[in-house]
Ligand binder design. Sequence first.
Ligand code: F2R
Ligand code: MG
Ligand code: MG
Ligand code: MG
Length: 347
Amino acid sequence: LRPASLSRFRGALLGALMGDCFGSEFEGQNSMRAATVIRTVRRMEEEDRGQGTLDFTDDTAMARSVVQSLLSNEEFDEVDMAKRFAEEYVKDPDRGYGMGVVTVFKKLLTSQSTDVFEPAREQFEGKGSYGNGAAMRVVGIPLAYPDIKDVKKFAKISGQLTHAASLGYNGAILQALAVHYALQGVPTNTFLDQLISNMEAVEGDEKSLADAKELDLVELPFTNRLKKIKEFVERGQISKDDVISELGHGIAALESVPTAIYSFLRCMTPDPDIPEEYNSLQRTIIYCLSLGGDTDTIATMAGAIAGAYYGEELVPSSWKQRCEAYEDAEKWAEELHELYSKRCQST
Ligand code: F2R
Ligand code: MG
Ligand code: MG
Ligand code: MG
């Protein structure tokens, strides 16, 4: 296994943080022209340091718990991770958590059961959540595990702590795979082909097939959207309305993870609506914000992928320094890089 550069690790965690902090200002709005987003972004950039920072939301709060759990145990530990999610929620409940997931935290804190997956299974009358909360926080997994089998396995299990529906945890697997391949610098076309072949297998299991059917979705829904992305990338010039209607910009994993991946790929080349003073990583985040809807989450996922691909060189300090606790992201990126490199040597 090839060790990836430290710059890519820092890019991934800082990209995710910037996406969340800048994106949360736009969460729940309609799509808008890039020029409108940029006017607000300029104000956000220009605020004096010391005037306070842009706060991160639940996306980063939970991503931090994933990373801290992986670093302090040097292994995936579901009991420890669940405890961190719940304790972090109690410490700061006003980070904009999903309406449903809060019930999971409360049960984790009071339950006598030793099964940490039980509260998640009870969500939505036993159907489990298909929200994007498992995907939005998963970046630490592909930064801790170089082996793709581990990436898939631990993205799934970490997701199942809150999201028992296959559409929830499969979204986490897809997002983790996207960061994994971005970290390796895999070129555009191979990137999508790899995601498609992996997701075909992931979504081909009994539960994923049954869940898709139950929700009246096409078979292999994530794979299907990845194929749509391929078509969009080949065609070019896709309108925001088409992106939103075909890929989504909502709170469900299926309505947001593919959109984040598309945004990353689309923004590899200049966009006539976004000034060239913004680099590819910034362009990716700005584009996500312009889609409206679940902007913090789509931008945090796209930011993680783009940051892993371009590395820290494209993280402008003017953006980074506006974000709450950016120093933690830098420190933890180094520690994850060490852990990842150690694992590369032992395989
Ligand atoms: N919660 C938000 N945004 C809304 C409010 C933001 C802020 N307070 C404001 O005022 O602007 N954002 C955050 O939530 C998303 C992640 O959610 P997560 O962790 O997946 O939570 P949950 O509750 O499990 O799922 C979210 C919603 O999806 C619907 N849903 C999920 N599974 C369902 C099912 N099986 N059946 C029916 N509905 C289901 C529910 O509406 C859930 O509440 C991120 O955007 C994060 O930023
Ligand atoms: Mg503040
Ligand atoms: Mg959020
Ligand atoms: Mg969100």
